[in-house]
Design a binder for this molecule. Structure first.
Ligand code: UDP
Ligand code: MG
Length: 313
């Protein structure tokens, strides 16, 4: 199969008919063998009824439905599990992403050897103040921390080699940082293509202001997991040791000062309390490190690496 098109959707029944018709037109114009995987993330409108009808009429269009709303990341993750195409393309259901980009994205994966290509909404049709500015900030932080030179990490329109989507797990709100997940799994050839972005024609955006808070916290998680996920003690242990030593050093200094001079009052000095607290925090960080090692050691994916081999090894 040439291409799988994965579309996460939540209450998009107005857009779906046009979207499906458009995708069908593009793949038939380019004679691609394809599947469209519509992942209904617990819609409460008529999206699922449409998908059921549509998939009867065209067996290339397939549907997966969640019983309730789990989020875009979960929807993408299920779509990735089901995808069978050599190239997997994701796009939003609201027609802000154009299906016309599919052939060119597929070409970049096949002919230019990219593991994944991310769309870049260079000219964006969203509200400037609430979306475009914060998004610029996010992208700058993500770029600086991950070393991946993308302008638009969170673009819904992306293309992947099949093995990339099979080796990453998208959960929580991590759909914003899939390039970082891919890089973490060892896929380094990550490209970018300027794509056409369109104003939302039907329905409303599904993400409110919470996207900014959650987005930053998730970025912190992802960077931490990528670096220390398998060796948490090296992070917590180092931090704990530094804290403990600072606390211990200050305490020893205060004790000596007390021994040397009789009218030196320990309890009158803020430094005394700070030293104690620092030692306690140090110990706690150390113990957190041990706990994290125990958890990491029991994780089922502790030895999950993606391998290739010759002669069926
Ligand atoms: N979406 C989803 N589950 C959610 C929220 C959104 O599957 O909980 C889908 C939504 O239907 C759309 C895509 O994710 O296809 C992008 O959402 P939206 O257009 O609301 O985001 P924006 O373009 O405003 O960033
Ligand atoms: Mg949108």
């Amino acid at each position: 199969m040439d291409v799988s098109i994965v579309v996460p959707l939540f209450n998009e029944d107005e857009s779906l008919p046009e979207l499906c018709a458009w995708i069908e037109k593009v793949v038939s114009d380019h004679q691609l063998s394809y599947e469209v995987i519509l992942v209904d993330d617990g819609s409460t409108d008529d999206s699922w009824a449409f998908i059921e009808n549509k998939s009867r009429e065209n067996p290339h269009i397939k549907g997966i439905k969640f019983q309730r709303n789990y989020g875009k990341s979960a929807a993408l993750n299920e779509g990735f599990k089901a995808a069978q195409g050599d190239v997997v393309i994701t796009m939003d259901a609201d027609m802000q992403d154009s299906p016309d980009e599919i052939p060119a994205l597929r070409k970049m994966i096949l002919d230019e050897g990219f593991d994944m290509v991310s769309g870049w909404k260079k000219k964006r049709y969203d509200n400037t103040l609430t979306k475009n500015l914060p998004s610029k900030l996010f992208n700058a932080v993500a770029r600086a921390n991950s070393g991946i030179q993308l302008h638009d990490f969170n673009c819904g329109l992306k293309a992947y080699k099949r093995k990339v989507v099979k080796s990453i797990e998208v959960y929580g709100e991590m759909h914003r940082y899939i390039p970082i997940l891919a890089k973490g799994s060892g896929f380094r050839k990550i490209g970018e293509k300027v794509v056409e972005h369109r104003p939302r024609k039907y329905g409303v955006t599904k993400f409110g202001w919470q996207r900014f808070v959650n987005g930053f916290l998730d970025l912190a998680t992802i960077l931490f997991l990528g670096k220390f996920g398998k060796r948490p003690m090296q992070f917590f242990g180092l931090l704990g040791t530094v804290f403990f030593l600072i606390g211990l050093g200050s305490s020893i200094y205060l004790i000596i000062a007390k021994l040397v001079s009789v009218d030196f009052s320990l309890t009158n000095r803020p430094g005394f309390y700070i030293a104690l607290t620092t030692m306690i925090i140090g110990m706690q960080l150390f113990l957190t490190g041990f706990m994290s090692e125990l958890i990491a050691r029991n994780a089922p994916e502790r030895n999950s690496y993606l391998i290739e081999s010759t002669a069926g090894l």
